[in-house]
Design a protein around this ligand. Structure first.
Ligand SMILES: [Zn+2]
Length: 140
């Protein structure tokens, strides 16, 4: 007598479940901070610190600011990639809403206003200006 093969109790789901669970990409955040700006941290662990912006991520709304939100990474040495082991310190992203741009004119942490110039031909150009003293924050 032949024994009937047992069927698996749970039916295997076909296809990739991860594809169904995939999150739709977040709306890019409007950040009025650019690379090389000097910003001041107004909230969080590193409140009060100032630093230069290294990178802006509009997808997540976060920034990498020099010497702000330093974290320690424990790295294993990898001689092939010339990586030394030990504890390395590096920056971690901070939310753009937790920083303010430092105005080069009045040297204060300020909110950013926009000045719209109408260039010949009906085109307009937006420049970022300091809300306190009116100094242009964009470099040419
Ligand atoms: Zn100013």
């Amino acid at each position: 007598m032949a024994i009937a093969k047992k069927k698996p109790a749970v039916a295997r789901s076909r296809g990739n479940l991860m594809a169904i669970a995939k999150k739709k990409p977040a709306e890019p955040v409007r950040i009025e901070i650019k690379r090389e700006d000097t910003v001041k941290v107004i909230s969080g662990r590193d409140k009060g610190k100032t630093g230069r912006v290294l990178r802006v991520d509009r997808e997540t709304g976060k920034l990498l600011v020099e010497h702000v939100m330093m974290i320690k990474r424990h790295t294993r040495p990898n001689p092939q990639k010339q990586i030394k082991g030990g504890i390395a310190e590096r920056e971690s992203p901070i939310a753009a809403s937790n920083v303010l741009v430092v105005c080069p004119g009045c040297n204060k942490a300020v909110r950013v206003a926009h000045h719209v110039d109408v260039v010949a031909g009906g085109k307009s150009r937006r420049t970022r200006i300091c809300r306190k003293c009116g100094q242009t924050l964009d470099r040419k």
